[in-house]
Design a protein around this ligand. Structure first.
Ligand code: ADP
Length: 192
């Protein structure tokens, strides 16, 4: 496993019995980054968040620490079982609801929706013309359209070669009414 030497970078409590499958080794958000993301959320302690593609819980765990409640959604029951187990190792507050579902059919609303959708391994890095449309599954526009039915505060975790203007194009297209309400302003905060 080429990622084994990164185990503590992915989960500092790896030795306590963290569970990961082959896919998680290369796709889970490293703990330090996930913790950083969780501290960027305004008014997090009084806010609820949905982790739309929670995987084995890399982001769900720090969200559970910083937010009042987390809805952790994944289409795979085995991933959800691992996420639940991993959360227990971090003595997470009893504030996570695990939901086995296709995100595109979920109806639970929250203050924020966090989106770390699958982008398929590490081959994307070599694509000089990376687009969300080409690499993200399910379809990025479907993800955004659906997420906006649940919250207007979206947080994306995306590859560093994402063309930001592509993302903005979809937000302008599908969140028109909110932008109008905000004096024709779309607020976007991008961190590299
Ligand atoms: P994270 O970085 O948040 O740990 P990963 O990138 O490891 O997440 O994994 C993406 C997850 O998305 C996988 O666990 C996969 O089962 C899940 N997934 C894929 N398609 C869907 C879908 N339509 N709805 C919900 N979850 C999905």
């Amino acid at each position: 496993n080429p990622f084994y030497n990164l185990r503590y970078y992915l989960f500092s409590k790896y030795d306590n019995g963290i569970q990961m499958d082959d896919e998680s080794w290369y796709s889970v958000t490293p703990e330090e980054i996930a913790t950083y993301i969780s501290t960027c959320i305004p008014s997090s302690s009084s806010s609820t968040i949905t982790d739309a593609f929670c995987g084995v819980g890399g982001n769900t765990i720090p969200f559970s620490v910083s937010c009042s409640h987390v809805n952790a959604i994944d289409i795979s029951s085995s991933k959800l079982n691992m996420a639940q187990h991993n959360a227990s190792l971090y003595s997470c507050k009893d504030n996570i609801t695990f939901i086995e579902s296709d995100f595109l059919t979920t109806t639970v609303t929250s203050d924020y929706v966090f989106l770390s959708p699958p982008w398929g391994g590490s081959a994307y890095k070599a694509d000089m013309n990376f687009t969300l449309k080409k690499w993200i599954t399910p379809d990025i526009e479907e993800i955004i359209k659906h997420a906006l039915t649940l919250s207007h505060n979206l947080i994306f975790y995306l590859p560093r070669n994402t063309p930001i203007m592509e993302l903005i194009e979809y937000l302008v297209k599908y969140d028109e009414s909110t932008i109008k309400e905000n004096d024709n302003t779309l607020y976007v905060d991008v961190r590299y």
